[in-house]
Design a protein around this ligand. Structure first.
Ligand code: SAH
Length: 596
């Protein structure tokens, strides 16, 4: 598989204007203007520079690009760069004096019928959660204030004036395609101003826009004077297909993906968002190399009911039973489109709606043993996570052997395990124990009721040559009920410096029924008994019905019930490749508690 084909630096057809002085590109939705991680640069500038370097390989190093503007990650459209320093003064001046004009297109619903044109003027301040906030204005003067000037509320010092001109271009039903001219260039300016006006941009999950397959904001046109010739230049970026569809029909739910172009655009956005991980294998240093990660995360990537994971050159697509992809034709199409991205093969999992519904997960119709598109992978496949080799099985039931949403938590364990005694509860294939062993743990104990899962864990440690290090028997495995094991360990006065506790939502054994939603605190109280003074507990849960704050509360309650006062309970952030559903907590939540 050619990773550069799935995740090219940049596509030539998205270069809309180019000469020796400037280059204008059509930034795809999902490409950040600034890298989120400094050590894994995946921003537009890096990508366009690499693209230009590959195209003209005789040039030394990466070619020059002068940055003058930015677009939000999920806004598409024209972005101009200078290609040599001599072009900078002219372009900088034009941006400063606003003689470069940019026209944005935005889709909204409920725009007032009489309003053909208006100018939005607001003061903005930075809010929490990365949102901008409009500073409230003084109310208009009322009847009883006659003659007396009403004082303006004090304007916060850090407020920034934002001015956006709005013109209606087309209407359909209650929807309108707006043409925006930004007179100022504040963060999220058009998004927050339109939201404040009562008509947030469709698909804008940060500002509660109506549902749409993406953020419906596109920089459609740019006019400037050429820095060398002084001649006017106008460049355009074609309007994405999703815009036409949404204007014509509004939110049609799942049906929007029956349009091949919209489905491709939506998948493409997810692919662009994962560019840094996608190219990790050929760009990152060995200790950061990652070949297994999530490509599509359901609602977080505007594709409800569909989760797609990358394992080396293969994909594993999980389709929720009862969801929108269960329809035979739709499923066929989405699998075809995914395959067309350039992976060697695709495995399919038909995931039951509820985790506690007992299905034989090895059944062919639930989880076919062979790839349903392209070629199958070896029965046991080695993938890498931040340099750590992990063994997975793509065709063996619903799960592959590694839960990819735990990557940042495994990193945390790896980075804090040196010399520690680590307990891994509900260890499954022992991925956390492997992380601890790699990080130099003095010992690990993995507890799980499943003998075969522990066997895979042992094999995984052996594969890394870590099984008997630092001393013989340093890594132990207990095939047992976690609750029973904890009770006995407490009696034996075993103590651990770091405990990972990642139970399923439901578990029932002959003796006990565990429902995470109501019993998590009891479990934590049992864990507390084996925590060494100053010890830490990484507690996680993958359950849509339990919020992050509820998990934090239950962990606190459990520790206090056992008389172990937590010094701190910290939320652990979700992995970048697992964007949460709009406005909600991620499915998998994790907290780190430290006790006195
Ligand atoms: N922490 C794992 C994933 C856990 S999956 C990881 O990071 O990869 C849940 C695991 O809990 C399964 O392997 C299942 O066998 C185990 N399990 C469920 N109930 C159990 C119980 N009462 N005692 C021990 N193991 C249990």
């Amino acid at each position: 598989m050619d990773r550069a084909r799935v995740w090219p630096d940049f596509r030539d057809e998205a270069v809309v204007f180019e000469d020796d002085d400037v280059i204008v590109v059509d930034k795809p939705c999902g490409v950040p203007s600034q890298a989120a991680q400094v050590d894994r640069p995946d921003d537009l500038v890096v990508r366009v520079r690499s693209h230009l370097a590959t195209r003209t390989p005789h040039a030394e190093g990466l070619p020059y690009l002068g940055v003058h503007q930015r677009l939000d990650q999920d806004t598409s459209g024209v972005v101009l760069f200078t290609r040599r320093a001599s072009a900078n003064p002219s372009i900088a001046k034009q941006f400063e004096t606003r003689t470069i004009t940019k026209t944005y297109l935005a889709l909204v619903s409920g725009w007032p019928a009489h309003l053909r044109e208006t100018t939005l003027e607001d003061d903005l301040v930075k809010g929490e959660d990365g949102r901008m906030i409009v500073v409230p204005r003084a109310r208009p003067r009322g009847r009883f204030d006659r003659g007396r000037p009403r004082p303006e509320p004090p304007r916060p010092k850090n407020a920034q004036r934002a001015v956006t001109k709005v013109k209606v271009r087309t209407r359909k039903g209650d929807r309108a395609l707006l043409e925006l001219t930004l007179e100022t260039g504040r963060t999220h300016q058009a998004r927050v101003q339109l939201a404040h006006a009562g008509t947030p941009i469709a698909g804008d999950t940060l500002y509660e826009g109506p549902p749409a397959p993406r953020l419906m904001l596109h920089a459609a046109q740019l006019s400037f004077r050429h820095p060398s010739t002084g001649k006017p230049v106008v460049v355009r970026a074609p309007v994405p297909r999703a815009f036409d569809r949404w204007l014509a029909e509004g939110d049609v739910g799942a049906r929007v993906y029956d349009d091949d172009a919209v489905l491709d655009e939506t998948l493409r956005t997810a692919v662009e968002r994962r560019w840094g991980l996608g190219r990790s294998a050929d760009r990152d240093p060995p200790e950061r190399r990652t070949t297994a990660f999530r490509l599509v995360n359901e609602e977080g990537d505007a594709l409800p009911g569909l989760a797609v994971d990358v394992y080396g050159a293969h994909l594993v697509a999980q389709i929720h039973v009862g969801g929108i992809w269960e329809d035979e034709r739709r499923r066929t199409r989405v699998l075809d489109r995914l395959h067309a991205l350039g992976f060697d093969g695709i495995y399919l999992k038909n995931r039951p709606k509820q985790a506690n519904v007992l299905v034989d997960t090895r059944r062919e119709d639930v989880a076919p043993a062979e790839a349903v598109r392209g070629e199958s992978a070896p029965a046991e496949l080695e993938v890498h996570e931040e340099g750590v080799p992990l063994l997975v099985r793509l065709g063996d039931g619903l799960s592959t052997g590694v839960f990819l949403d735990q990557r940042p938590n495994r990193r945390l364990v790896r980075e804090s395990a040196r010399g520690a005694r680590v307990l891994n509860l509900f260890s499954y294939t022992c991925a956390f124990s492997i992380a601890a062993a790699v990080g130099g743990a003095a010992r690990t104990v993995s507890v799980d009721a499943s003998v075969s899962s522990l066997e895979r864990g042992r094999k995984g440690l052996e594969h890394l040559g870590l099984l008997d290090t630092p001393v013989k028997g340093a890594h132990a495995f207990a095939a047992e009920d976690v609750f029973a094991w904890l009770a006995r360990a407490a009696k034996r006065e075993e103590r651990f410096d770091l405990v990972v506790c990642d139970p399923p939502s439901y578990s029932s054994t002959k003796k006990r029924r565990f429902v995470a939603e109501s019993d998590y605190d009891d479990l934590v109280a049992l864990v507390a008994a084996v925590l060494a003074p100053g010890g830490r507990l990484l507690a996680s849960l993958n359950h849509r019905g339990v919020t992050r704050s509820k998990l934090r509360r239950m962990v606190g309650q459990g520790l206090r019930a056992a008389g172990r006062e937590p010094i701190q309970i910290k939320d652990l952030p979700a992995a970048s490749d697992h964007p949460p559903p709009p406005g909600r907590d991620p499915h998998m939540k994790a907290v780190l508690a430290t006790i006195a």
